[in-house]
Design a protein around this ligand. Sequence first.
Ligand SMILES: Cc1cc2nc3c(=O)[nH]c(=O)nc-3n(C[C@H](O)[C@H](O)[C@H](O)COP(=O)(O)OP(=O)(O)OC[C@H]3O[C@@H](n4cnc5c(N)ncnc54)[C@H](O)[C@@H]3O)c2cc1C
Length: 448
Amino acid sequence: MTNTTIIAGAGIAGLTIAYELQKRNMPYLLMEAGPEAGGVVRSLHRNGFELDAGPNSIGATPATLAFFREIGLGSELLEATAAGKNRFLVRHGRLHPVSPNPVKILSSPYLSGTAKWRLFTERFRAPQPPAAEESVTAFVRRRFNQEICDYLFDPILSGIYAGDPARLSVNEVLPFLPEWEKEYGSVTKGLFRNKGLMAGRRIVAFKGGNQVLVQRLQTLLHEPVRYHCRITGVESAAAGYTVKYDAGGQTETIPAARVLFTTPAYATAGALQGLDPVLAHQLHAIHYPRMGVLHLGFDREAVRNMPQGFGFLAPAAVQLHFLGVICNSEIFPSRAPAGQVLFTVFTGGVQQEHFFDEMNDDALQQKILEELTTLLQLQRPPLLRHFSRWDKAIPQLNTGHRQVRAAVQDFEQRFPGIHISGNYLSGVAVPAIIQHAAVLAEKLSSAQ
Ligand SMILES: Cc1cc2nc3c(=O)[nH]c(=O)nc-3n(C[C@H](O)[C@H](O)[C@H](O)COP(=O)(O)OP(=O)(O)OC[C@H]3O[C@@H](n4cnc5c(N)ncnc54)[C@H](O)[C@@H]3O)c2cc1C
């Protein structure tokens, strides 16, 4: 009888869970559909530039930093420069420095007088939380107004989810807002009382690109990842489960005591179709929009209006062809050769997915370059241009997601030993995934 946990998917979640199980002396087998590990964590090197097509930076908590040191990556960490604290938003054809401090927002020309008034008076509005789950737009319109949603919340959520605030669930993506409303009667009061919310967080990345994290975890695993193994089904067996997988066109099976899914929701849906078609349908309905990632490198003197900061976000309302831009070399100087700068531009997501149907990749890149030429006063064409496409990028935690969570919980009770994880349940940021992996491994180990 086997005691092995089969882990589906060798992205950052699967690798971290495997490592955490190994630490607890629990046997595991990590099965990956593709030819390599890392999932959306992918680094490239071009002409002295270090490019990341997936996560570019990690908002590490003290626990995440401790984990990086534990796996021997302490000396490989890059910490963001002081400029990394500065953020910009696009409106009226230019970049505006924007601070999370509402007092500073009140003195900036970024928002209209009406929006500032709504921001300032929010604390005096009595809370009227509705019974039903709200979208971010519904919540922000109720507490503030549409302009604050369009020009503050929309770009922030584009930066994390490439999502649409009219569909994203406020309880899922900004849970502290309804909590503050409930506790203090006001979001702005909550903000002032919770100034330490981000305390201890540091913006970090890895020398040589963030794939270093994936490579390090792989070298620590005693059991090598099984590549080209796409998990396609799970069946109950006399003891535990039988896992079906596709290995180069051949269907194979393997016994498992436990099965742990870290795969994207649509892949988990496919594998669980036979056990629970209703849950499979719910998982399949989670939207993963297409995204494009454009890396641009320039001579520093070719960029006349260089933002001294982390980067800038473009609200959907300003109708540009990108969501946001990270100024990589301003926060992590080693990402570009001396005298040159690197930008990472994100396009697509829920609100811009239609661009991929309306124009080809080259035309989209040209549009983005034209818009950046105006905003950044670019004097010369880029030295480096590299475009990556993600056909299914980031899961959208839209209203109704709580029903998915409830269905997953119910499934796990009916099928003890099958665990459904994934960034659509743990949170999409790398630190949330790492933390969730440790919690899950501990739960599995103590249930043994
Ligand atoms: C463009 C982009 C930018 C991002 N930027 C940031 C950022 O700056 N900071 C941050 O913290 N986070 C960022 N994120 C989010 C974060 O990178 C992801 O949430 C995280 O890497 C997801 O890891 P995962 O292991 O959960 O999933 P994935 O990376 O999707 O890995 C899942 C793995 O499962 C495999 N698989 C699929 N189906 C099967 C199957 N049937 N059987 C076996 N294996 C299968 C896949 O091949 C893949 O390797 C970004 C994401 C994207 C897409």
